[in-house]
Design a binder for this molecule. Structure first.
Ligand SMILES: *Cc1c(COP(=O)(O)O)cnc(C)c1O
Length: 414
């Protein structure tokens, strides 16, 4: 329990963000007042349906899509599962051999540093008989484009590359990959091969980057609410018109038949409002966060010996972004990240080791290992992800506390 008097600094916005009060306010009417089922045909149902469709329209406008291309889900993991399983199974069904197309089962490509919801979906499909390839990244965390190009086979049906990484903040060249896929698809179709679908997991990107699906050239895009000051267990999958996928949740035909179940009206309204708010302010906020992250690193380097940033360099303001503005992932040789995290918590500072999703197991992060860190080095890291409430004073306090703890912990080990 954090005492009210104690300083409390939350630096784990890549794991969860507080719900924006304006989001909460927008959702409020849909709990006890406008509670109708959007499928009901009387007034209360129609009201709910109207709110749901208005949320869909707002999201579509922000990402330059059409409302019917937005499928509401219960979060990022579900969107990703729907994209990957949905596309793969539809392709298998449509193949000339009915599930086993003439080139064998479908082949799927992703990067080695994806979120577990992508990696484990791939592993599950592999067990079902589909072929998978995991593309390596360079020492900064950027997908190796040459390896990606080489991995494509005649039977490839899906490429899934995350927009921005949750652990090291590396932003992948999604638009460039999208353009290349479009080009090879033209040739493939002429040669009677399946069109490759392109999915991007944009859960970490949605708060900071351009989500225009046309310029990104994606067929499928996953976004969630909990990383953008919206409610947890809300999200959507963008499914480009003409792209056929199968549902993973069967039910009453909601969401264009792609997601059965009574819609989370309040959640959809909240998600739309959250996306609108983060996207409207993102350029200004990005600049503020980059300055803070840069300030953190400069100050930390002056006060802590051996500190090293993992992933791409902190972005320069006027240039294109290569790293999420709020992400700092640092190695502190001789200091266990797990121990540091616990001591920082006692000092009222929340950070994470590697990623929240894999930290309970205390396995070294697969992302850091892929970057070339040894298991020992990968355990000597912490991730700080700044947010809307983070101030310069928070950074000063964090660096001071961190410097003291690192000194103590290094002494204990000697
Ligand atoms: C958080 C996250 C997810 C999963 O989203 P949930 O809403 O927790 O299911 C997927 N991908 C990335 C990159 C994430 O950061």
């Amino acid at each position: 329990m954090q005492s009210k008097l104690k300083k409390f600094i939350y630096l784990d916005h890549a794991a969860a963000t507080p719900v924006d009060p304006r989001v909460k306010k927008a959702m409020e009417p849909f709990w006890s007042d406008n509670f109708g089922n959007p499928s009901s045909l009387y007034q209360k149902g129609i009201e709910a349906k109207k709110a749901l469709e208005s949320a869909r329209k707002n999201i579509a406008e922000i990402i330059n899509a059409r409302p019917k291309e937005i499928v509401f889900t219960a979060g990022g993991s579900e969107s990703v599962n729907l994209a990957i399983f949905g596309a793969t199974r539809m392709n298998a069904d449509n193949s000339p051999a009915g599930g086993t197309d003439k080139h064998g089962f479908g082949h799927l490509i992703t990067s080695a540093i994806e979120h577990p919801c992508v990696l484990n979906s791939f592993e599950a499909l592999k067990k079902e008989g589909f072929k998978t390839t995991f593309i390596p990244v360079d020492h900064e965390g950027f997908v190796n484009f040459t390896a990606l190009k080489k991995a494509v086979r005649p039977e490839t049906t899906l490429i899934s590359i995350m927009y921005a990484n949750n652990e090291i903040g590396a932003i992948q060249p999604v638009a460039e990959i999208g353009k290349w896929i479009k080009r090879i698809n033209t040739e493939r179709i002429q040669n009677g091969l399946t069109r490759i679908l392109f999915h991007t997991d944009a859960c970490q990107a949605a708060g900071f980057l351009n989500l225009n699906v046309e310029s990104l050239g994606v067929d499928l895009m996953s976004v969630n609410g909990s990383k953008i000051y919206g409610p947890k267990q809300t999200g959507f999958l963008y499914v480009k018109s003409g792209v056929a996928i199968k549902p993973i949740i069967y039910g009453g035909g909601q969401e264009g038949g792609l997601r059965g179940g009574t819609e989370n009206v309040a959640g959809a309204v909240g998600l739309a409002r959250a996306l609108e708010l983060v996207q409207k302010n993102r350029l200004k906020e990005n600049e503020r966060l980059i300055n803070l992250a840069d300030y953190f690193l400069t100050t930390a380097k002056k006060n802590i010996s051996g500190i090293k940033l993992n992933g791409p360099a902190i972005s320069k303001l006027d240039n294109q972004l290569f790293r999420l503005p709020n992400n700092i992932n640092i190695s502190l040789p001789g200091v266990e990240g797990e121990a540091l995290m616990i001591y920082l918590d006692s000092a009222g500072i929340c950070v994470s080791t590697g990623s929240a999703c894999s930290s309970p197991k205390n396995d070294p992060s697969h992302v850091l290992l892929t970057l070339g860190l040894t298991p020992k080095q990968a355990k000597e890291t912490i991730r700080l992800t700044l947010g809307r409430m983070t101030t310069k004073a928070d950074i000063d306090y964090t660096v001071k506390t961190l410097a003291g703890l690192v000194k103590q912990l290094r002494k204990v080990r000697r």
